[in-house]
Design a binder for this molecule. Sequence first.
Ligand SMILES: N[C@@H](CCC(=O)N[C@@H](CS)C(=O)NCC(=O)O)C(=O)O
Length: 232
Amino acid sequence: MILRMYDLAAADPLLRFSPYCWRTKMALTHKVLAVETVPWRFTEKQAIAFSGQGRVPVLVDGEKVIHDSWEIACYLEDAYPDRPALFGSVDARGGALFIKRWAEGQLHPALVRLIIADIVKILHADDLGYFRESREAALGATLEDYSAAKAENLKHLHAVLTPLRLTVKDVAFLGGDEPAYADYIVFGALQWARCASPQNLLDDDDPVAAWFGRLLDLYDGLGAKAPCAAAV
Ligand SMILES: N[C@@H](CCC(=O)N[C@@H](CS)C(=O)NCC(=O)O)C(=O)O
């Protein structure tokens, strides 16, 4: 049976840019599960109301409806134990959870500072007002002011990436020789930036860029082939 996933889309329905949806699409592909993605925009709350909340990803697997990317990853691992393991082992979920906390607590905020003003440029007209108002209220500044200190923000991002850099210069993936869900969590964040913003945030000689390239190429270039924001 084909699973269905609601996936955050820009004005261009093929441009998908949510970090949480990207990590989930990589997880589904890792588990060799066929998924139909449904483009969803911020203001289309009604379309996912059946999930009891207003955020994506939402996964529908037959009668089951699961939301929250971590819940989805754990569901996939438990419901499809005969498929390739996402975490490596049950014990490894703790390590992946640590990476999730680091990514959402440190990496996402560093990326927001760099790309938030670019995100507005790719949104559908229906989402513009909602996005700007909700984010400016949460950040306490206009999106442009919040992201004004570009050089400083980039330096901060590179500092945040230090533990990843020191790790992936010695190992192919956080999962070891093979990628695991921890890789997909961090990949999702960098792919969010890559799809939503034309800025090049990583130096070519950064081991993080090489690791990201390895992930972009996985699964017949699932990440590499994804439509991205064009420079304007
Ligand atoms: N904890 C959730 C977070 C999901 C989330 O925040 N998704 C964003 C898209 S990146 C969303 O749907 N936002 C809706 C909104 O801001 O109204 C997860 O891990 O799935």
